[in-house]
Design a protein around this ligand. Sequence first.
Ligand code: SF4
Length: 395
Amino acid sequence: MRVRYITRLSRLAGLSEDERRRLEPVTERYAFRMNSYYESLIDWDDPDDPLRRLVVPDASELRPWGQLDASHEARYTPVRGCQHKYRDTALLLVNEVCGAYCRYCFRKRLFMNDNDDAALDTRAGVAYIRAHPEVTNVLITGGDPLMLSTRRLTLLVEELATLPHVRIIRIGTKMTAFNPHRVRDDPDLLALPARVRAHGAQLYLMNHFDHPNELTDVAKETLGLLQRAGAQTVNQCPLVRGVNDDPAALTRLFRELSYIGCPQYYLFQGRPTAGNAPFELPIVAGYAIFDEATRPLSGLAKRARFAMSHHTGKIEILSVDSRFIYMKYHRAHRVRDIGQPLIARRDEEARWLDELELVAGPPAAAAAAKGFTPRSDWMPAPTWDGLKPSDPVCS
Ligand code: SF4
């Protein structure tokens, strides 16, 4: 099937003239792109259609808020286009374009003219990975790697697969949601998992479905083809106001993904990225949605973790009670922080770790949190049921 790209609001038949005029200034700052397949999934009579909200600009994106590189990715970039934050995992940012643009994207800086964080030429990145035998996982991302030609992607994937220490190659993509035909109709792409396996490695497709309306018959068929071709398929997405902040929709998404062998892996708290103010939710509200959404699910369907991809590490939000927010470092840049608990005072407004008042947690997190000066390597826990102030909760 031929899918047409749409890069101007004037080509979107579903928008009124007045909406176009109002939204044009947003697209001058933050790029707009979608395609005819995704356009066909939207109910244009419904101004609150979740997929419409995902791709159509919002006037309040221009509200000053957040940073372009909210996760400080530049800090973890040893060579252009290659990030190395966690010991065993490296990222290659291989392009600056996607099948459409999510309005809430945390890497929207890549789509701006003066940005060179991604590298089409991956030689320096691959050389870095070759020289770092501790890297067992490589995530190919961008932009969307499936916007590359299959020939180019195959060359890169095979080169990585021949490195003896690289055991898992992940492709981070929203193409199975934005344009599944790109995968379904490409036998060479579907041959890639077997080529990786021939080198003793595994290929994971890290899909990005945000809402059950994206799980169309063709999307599900495509995931089935990938699985039969030998790829592992999982899903991750952020929690986005107006897109998937409805617990019933998230329940349907997680449940359906478990039925088709593509389980949810992370649900991310939105990063404080410039332009993303209209899509953000407070941590407390986000946790309540996640908790309600996962309660009715089977164990297999609720394996997802609700996490903040903070610049110090991936912080899982475990629970919220009337006084505190309980978290844990699921992944951390500093190895000694992995598994460390963090406790913050409940704050109905806070949307990111940096806005919380931490009462316990490792110093890296404490340094980032509001109004908190780390005094030593651990802080005493507050008093709450079952734990005395003298019990160390982190060290
Ligand atoms: S697919 Fe990913 S990288 Fe591309 S716009 Fe969406 S969130 Fe950003």
